[in-house]
Design a binder for this molecule. Structure first.
Ligand code: GLA
Length: 730
C-alpha cells in the first residue's frame, strides 16, 4: 500500500520507493502538511509548533488558544479566508462580493489505480501501478465542496495532485485563484530553478534563492509559453546534479499558469503551482464543478539528474499515449527551412526521392499548402488544399511520395484565423476580439474562440475531411501567437473563456487521438511555446524550438531535459550557415545535437553535395541503431553549457551495459587545459569497451577522473563515444 491512514493520529502517509509525503487532519478539521522528503516509516507530527504570534489570527474554534494560527502552520491546501495571509491555493468570491472560504475535512477514500480528470490531461496508470487518495473538504456556509486528489506512482517516485471545486449552493460563486498543489516546508533554505526564455530561445535555466519575498513566474498568454515553462524545481541551497534534496512541480496543463515561492515571517517556505489567477474569474453555478489541472510532484534525495529521471520516465510512460508512445519515431525531412512558403508538388517529390536514398522515412509538408497562403498574412482557417500551388492534388502528391517508400505528413494551425480568409469573412465573430475594440494582431492573425464547441467542430470537420481522404501519417499542430482580447460571443461569463478555450483545444486533440490513432502528432507553438506535460498527453513529441542552430540548441535542449523525456524533443539538422543565427557548424556536430531527440532534417536535400549525402546517410543509419538507447536509456547531464567549455551528456541503458556519450566543445582557446568528462551511473568495477576504437575503460576511473577530450583546431568540435560492457569485474 502506498497510501496509508493512521486512524489514531489522523495522519495520511503517502510513500513511493524513495519518498514519504505526510499530512494530518487536525482537531478542527484543517489539513496540516507535515513532511515531504526521504522515505521514512515514522510519522512527522512533532514538526508542528504552536506559538502565539502577533498579527496572526486564530480561528474561532480555537477559543482562547492564541497559539493556533493558520498564518504560520504548514498546510495542505491553504485557502484565503482562514487567517492565512501568505499566498494561498484557492480564492473564492461569493455572490455578495466577499472573498474567502473555510474548508474542513469531511471524508476520504483510498482506492487502487490513478484518478483521471474529465476533459483534461493527466498521468494515467494501471491498478497495480498507482493508488488514489480522495479527500472531501467542505465549507458549510458556502455549501462548497473541494475534493483533493492524490495519485501515487510508487515506482516512479511521483505523486500527482489536483482538486475539484463543486458548488452545491444556488448562488453562483466565482473562482479567482486555483492552484493544484502547495508545498510547505517548515524548515530549510531553498533555491528555485525556473526555465525562462523567448521565441527561439526557450527554457534557459535560472536558479534563484527563495528569500522573504514572493518569487513568481507564469504566463498570461493563454498558453504555457516560451517565456516561462510550467515547471519549477525547488532545491536545498547546496543541491547539485548528483546530490541534495530537490523537488519538482510540473503542470499538466497548456494554458496560462502561475507558480510562486515565498519565505514567510517564520522562515518557512511555501511553493504553489496552478492556474493564472489574473485571468480567472470563473463563475461556478449550482451543482457545477471546476477541475484544477494536475501537477506532477517528484522528490529526489540525489540531486537534479535523479529528479529529471523521475519526470522523464513518468511523462514518457504515463503521460504520452498512442502507438508512437514508445516506438522509434520516423526520421523526417520537413519542408519549412527547405522552401518556406514556396512549396510545390514536384519539388516535394524531389525531396522525397532524395530522402529515401538517405534512409529518411518521412516527408513533412509544412506551412503554405492550403487556401491562399503565400506568406503569413492570409489563409489561416481555410483548410482546403491549394492544388494550383501544389500543381497536383494532395492525393496525387502523397501517392508519388509513398511510391518512393516515404511516409507523408502535414502542418496545420487549427486555432488560428487570418482576417484575409473565407472563414473569417463568413464568421468574424469566431475570432477573439472585445466588442468595440480592434484586436491586437500577432503574426497578422487572430485567435479562434475555441471555448465555443461549434468553432471547434467546424475546424475539426475541415481537417478531418483532409485526413479522411488522404494517406497522412503525421501532423504538426502549430500555434503561432499569444492570446489576447479574450471575449466569447457565447460566454455568459468572460472569466471562464481562457480555461474553456484550453478544454476546447484538448477536445479537438482528443478527437484526433481517438479517430486517427495511426497518425503521429507533433505539437508546436512557434517551436517550444507550448512545451508542457499537458500537450504531451496528446502529442508525444513537440518541436522544441524554431531555433535550429546546433549551438543554441545545446542550451535549449539542456533546459528541456530537466523536465521532459528525450523522446518528446523534436530536433532537426538544418542548413549551415544557420537561418536564425548565421552560425557555421559542421554537419557532424549538427547531427549529434539533433540526435538528442526525435531526429530529422530541415533543409533542402536536393542541394546537398555528395560528401554531405554520405555523412547524412551515415547519421540516419547511426540514429536508427542508437535510437533505443537514446529514447529508452537513462539520460544524464554531464556539464552545464552556461558554465563549462564543453556541453556533454550521456545515455545509459537500464541494465547499465551500453553507454552513449555526446559532447560539443563550445569554447575554444589557445593552449587549453584538457577537459575531462566524468561519466555517471556506470556499473562499479565494470570495464566498458569503445565500439569504435576497441579501447577498454574502467568504469570507476571514467566516473572519478573522467575521460580527457582533446581540443582540435576546429570550432564546435563534437565527440561521440559508444561503449559496451566488456566485463562486470576488472
Ligand atoms: C512556426 C513553426 C515553424 C513553421 C512555421 C510555419 O513558426 O514553429 O516550424 O512550421 O510556423 O509558419
Amino acid at each position: 500500500m502506498s497510501i496509508n491512514f493512521d486512524e489514531s493520529k489522523k495522519i495520511f502517509h503517502l510513500t513511493t520507493s524513495h519518498s514519504s509525503y505526510q499530512f494530518k487532519i487536525d482537531k478542527y478539521g484543517f489539513l496540516l502538511h507535515l513532511y515531504y522528503g526521504k522515505r521514512t516509516e515514522q510519522l512527522a507530527d512533532f514538526v508542528l509548533t504552536y506559538i502565539d504570534r502577533g498579527f496572526s489570527g486564530n480561528p474561532y474554534d480555537a477559543g482562547n488558544d492564541r497559539t493556533y494560527s493558520l498564518d504560520v502552520l504548514p498546510q495542505e491546501f491553504p485557502v484565503t479566508g482562514t487567517g492565512d495571509y501568505r499566498n494561498t491555493a484557492l480564492l473564492i468570491e461569493n455572490a455578495m462580493g466577499c472573498t474567502g472560504c473555510d474548508l474542513r475535512y469531511q471524508s476520504h477514500c483510498i482506492r487502487k489505480g490513478k484518478y483521471s480528470l474529465k476533459g483534461l490531461p493527466a498521468v494515467y496508470a494501471s491498478e497495480s501501478e498507482a493508488e488514489t487518495l480522495e479527500i472531501i473538504l467542505r465549507d458549510s456556509v458556502l455549501d462548497l465542496e473541494v475534493t483533493l486528489l492524490y495519485g501515487v506512482l510508487e515506482d516512479y517516485d511521483v505523486i500527482t495532485r489536483s482538486a475539484i471545486v463543486k458548488n452545491r449552493d444556488k448562488q453562483t460563486i466565482y473562482i479567482h485563484k486555483a492552484s493544484s498543489a502547495c508545498l510547505d516546508f517548515v524548515n530549510g533554505k531553498y533555491d528555485v530553478i525556473s526555465f525562462y526564455g523567448r521565441h527561439t530561445m526557450e527554457r534557459n535555466v535560472e536558479r534563484t534563492h527563495i528569500g522573504h519575498h514572493t518569487y513568481e513566474i507564469g504566463s498570461r498568454r493563454g498558453t504555457s509559453s516560451h517565456h516561462y515553462n510550467p515547471m519549477l524545481i525547488v532545491t536545498e541551497e547546496d543541491a547539485t546534479e548528483d546530490a541534495g534534496n530537490c523537488y519538482a512541480m510540473s503542470f499538466v496543463y497548456s494554458g496560462g499558469f502561475e507558480a510562486s515561492a515565498e519565505m514567510d515571517q517564520m522562515e518557512q517556505t511555501r511553493v504553489l503551482m496552478g492556474l493564472q489567477p489574473e485571468q480567472l474569474h470563473y463563475a461556478l453555478k449550482q451543482d457545477d464543478e471546476f477541475i484544477v489541472p494536475e501537477v506532477i510532484l517528484s522528490y529526489s534525495a540525489q540531486g537534479l539528474n535523479q529528479l529529471s529521471y523521475h519526470l522523464q520516465k513518468t511523462i514518457r510512460q504515463h503521460v504520452c499515449r498512442g502507438i508512437y508512445q514508445t516506438k522509434i519515431r520516423p526520421v523526417l525531412v520537413n519542408s519549412w527551412e527547405a522552401s518556406y512558403y514556396n512549396i510545390d508538388g514536384n519539388h516535394l517529390c524531389e525531396l522525397a526521392k532524395q530522402a529515401v536514398e538517405l534512409g529518411i522515412d518521412m516527408l513533412v509538408m509544412d506551412d503554405g499548402w492550403f487556401g491562399k497562403r503565400d506568406d503569413d498574412n492570409s489563409g489561416l482557417g481555410d483548410w482546403v488544399v491549394n492544388e494550383e500551388k501544389l500543381g497536383m492534388t494532395l492525393s496525387e502528391l502523397i501517392a508519388r511520395v509513398n511510391a518512393y517508400g516515404v511516409k507523408f505528413g502535414i502542418w496545420i494551425e487549427p486555432e488560428m484565423v487570418s482576417e484575409d480568409s473565407n472563414l473569417y469573412r463568413l464568421h468574424p465573430d469566431w475570432a477573439m476580439a472585445i466588442p468595440g475594440r480592434n484586436p491586437v494582431r500577432g503574426r497578422n492573425q487572430l485567435v479562434l474562440d475555441f471555448s465555443r464547441k461549434e468553432v471547434v467542430d467546424a475546424v475539426y470537420n475541415q481537417i478531418s475531411q483532409i485526413l479522411d481522404s488522404n494517406h497522412i501519417e503525421y501532423i504538426k499542430w502549430d500555434m503561432n501567437r499569444s492570446i489576447l482580447d479574450v471575449y466569447s460571443h457565447s460566454a455568459e461569463n468572460q472569466g471562464n473563456v481562457l480555461y474553456d478555450y484550453v478544454l476546447g483545444l484538448y477536445d479537438f486533440l482528443e478527437r484526433l487521438h481517438v479517430n486517427y490513432p495511426q497518425i503521429l502528432i507533433e505539437g508546436c507553438s512557434g517551436g517550444g511555446g507550448r512545451f508542457d506535460a499537458g500537450m504531451l498527453y496528446y502529442t508525444p513529441q513537440i518541436w522544441c524550438s524554431d531555433n535550429t542552430d546546433a549551438i543554441d540548441r545545446l542550451y535549449i535542449q539542456y533546459g528541456t531535459s530537466f523536465g521532459y523525456p528525450i523522446s518528446a524533443v523534436g530536433s532537426h539538422v538544418s542548413a549551415s550557415p544557420n537561418h536564425q543565427t548565421g552560425r557555421i557548424v559542421s554537419l557532424e556536430t549538427r547531427g549529434i545535437v539533433a540526435m538528442s531527440g526525435t531526429f530529422g532534417y530541415e533543409l533542402d536535400l536536393t542541394e546537398l553535395t555528395e560528401s554531405e549525402k554520405k555523412i547524412i546517410k551515415e547519421q540516419v543509419k547511426r540514429y536508427k541503431e542508437l535510437a533505443p538507447l537514446i529514447l529508452d536509456g537513462r539520460y544524464y547531464r554531464l556539464s552545464n553549457p552556461r558554465q563549462d567549455k564543453v556541453t556533454a551528456w550521456q545515455y545509459i541503458s537500464e541494465d547499465q551495459n551500453e553507454i552513449l556519450l555526446y559532447a560539443v566543445q563550445t569554447e575554444l582557446h589557445s593552449n587549453m587545459a584538457p577537459i575531462y568528462i566524468q561519466f555517471r551511473g556506470l556499473k562499479h568495477g565494470a570495464v566498458y569497451k569503445d565500439t569504435d576504437s576497441g579501447i577498454c575503460y574502467a568504469a570507476d576511473i571514467l566516473m572519478e577522473v573522467g575521460l580527457p577530450l582533446l581540443p582540435e583546431l576546429q570550432e564546435y568540435q563534437s565527440y561521440q563515444m559508444h561503449l559496451i560492457i566488456q566485463k562486470e569485474r576488472f
